[in-house]
Ligand binder design. Structure first.
Ligand SMILES: Cc1cc2nc3c(=O)[nH]c(=O)nc-3n(C[C@H](O)[C@H](O)[C@H](O)COP(=O)(O)O)c2cc1C
Length: 303
């Protein structure tokens, strides 16, 4: 039996912890694990300005230089890719890895399982990842998204607190802890066992079905609603900032406008629209919503 290649980036270590749990059922001898390191590390904690300034390049899936990863082989049985969404898009380290010619060579005709550690919005980023995997010649066979289960507004507050102070503690001493809960991080082991069993048999056709059968992966309807609209708006902003932000001062002004736009949209506009949507639309579109959730939970692509 060949080896499993496991690659991920993590800025705070949260995704490393998830992957550690995921790998716990495996014999370490069957695993080759690597971390992705951007050539120029992202500073943590973020300043507000740097945080929002990352949006255009994330959304347009620009490549950043990475430190060379010392892969020991050019073929693996299975690839496990861990990543985090940034601005509804794959974070630049994972985008860059998936666009790298050496990695694409390794990925060719190889089954890939993605493990995501994010706040609560992974649907658009996973669509991008599906496309990047197909373009790189790989085959997505499983996806395990682990998210913060608290409400969208509270988790937005708590993640900004974590990202901008570097402290993964309770904001104001009262809000829930930011990020993926310890219980969900530990559920990584359960998903690891499911993937291990598919790998041992060399059959992945039932893998995603078995992952979903745990009942641990759910898409809240509010999140589906927001994700279906927000990425289009992010693309417009990304394009505007890149084309009009031609000097550092102009870019700074546009990024600042985007920041206020996003905060107003997230904390003021979305709650009102979602209230109306939940009241008037959701009761009559249950079937369409269910189908969309099934699609996003799956590993197939509309491409
Ligand atoms: C710049 C930035 C943008 C982010 N955007 C999203 C997002 O769109 N959706 C989401 O679920 N989480 C988002 N997050 C949270 C990350 O996906 C992730 O949970 C967090 O950064 C911790 O991951 P780590 O393992 O890299 O430390 C964002 C984080 C950063 C730093």
């Amino acid at each position: 039996m060949g080896k499993i290649l496991v690659v991920n980036y993590s800025q705070t270590g949260q995704l490393n912890e998830i992957i550690d749990q995921f790998l716990s059922p495996f014999d370490p001898a069957s695993i080759e694990r690597h971390l992705i390191h951007p050539a120029k590390p992202y500073i943590f904690p973020w300043t507000t300005e740097e945080f929002f300034d990352k949006m255009p390049e994330c959304v347009q899936e620009d490549v950043i230089p990475l430190k060379t990863i010392p892969f020991s082989a050019n073929r693996y049985d299975l690839i496990v890719l861990g990543y985090q969404p940034w601005f509804l898009s794959p974070s630049p380290p994972i985008t860059s890895l998936l666009k790298d010619a050496t990695f694409q060579q390794i990925m060719r005709d190889t089954p890939v399982v993605t493990v995501i550690g994010g706040r609560n919005m992974w649907l658009n980023s996973q669509e991008s990842i599906k496309t990047l995997i197909i373009k790189g010649g790989g085959k997505l066979v499983g996806n395990i998204p682990l998210m913060d289960r608290t409400s969208n507004l509270i988790s937005a507050f708590t993640i900004l607190h974590w990202m901008l102070t570097g402290r993964k503690d309770k904001k104001w001493g009262v809000l829930p802890l930011p990020g993926v809960s310890q219980q969900d991080i530990e559920s990584g082991a359960r998903f690891g066992s499911i993937v291990k069993s598919a790998w041992e048999k060399g059959i992945y056709s039932e893998l995603q079905h078995n992952i979903l059968a745990t009942g641990l992966i759910q898409i809240p309807t509010d999140i589906l609603f927001i994700e279906q609209r927000a990425k289009k708006l992010f693309r417009i902003w990304a394009n505007l900032i890149k084309t009009k932000g031609t000097t550092p001062a102009k870019r700074k002004r546009l990024v600042s406008l985007f920041k206020y736009y996003l905060l107003i949209a997230l904390f003021m506009v979305a709650p009102v629209i979602l209230f109306v949507y939940n009241l008037l639309i959701v009761p009559f579109t249950g079937n369409a919503i269910k189908k969309k959730k099934e699609y996003f939970c799956g590993v197939e692509t509309k491409l």
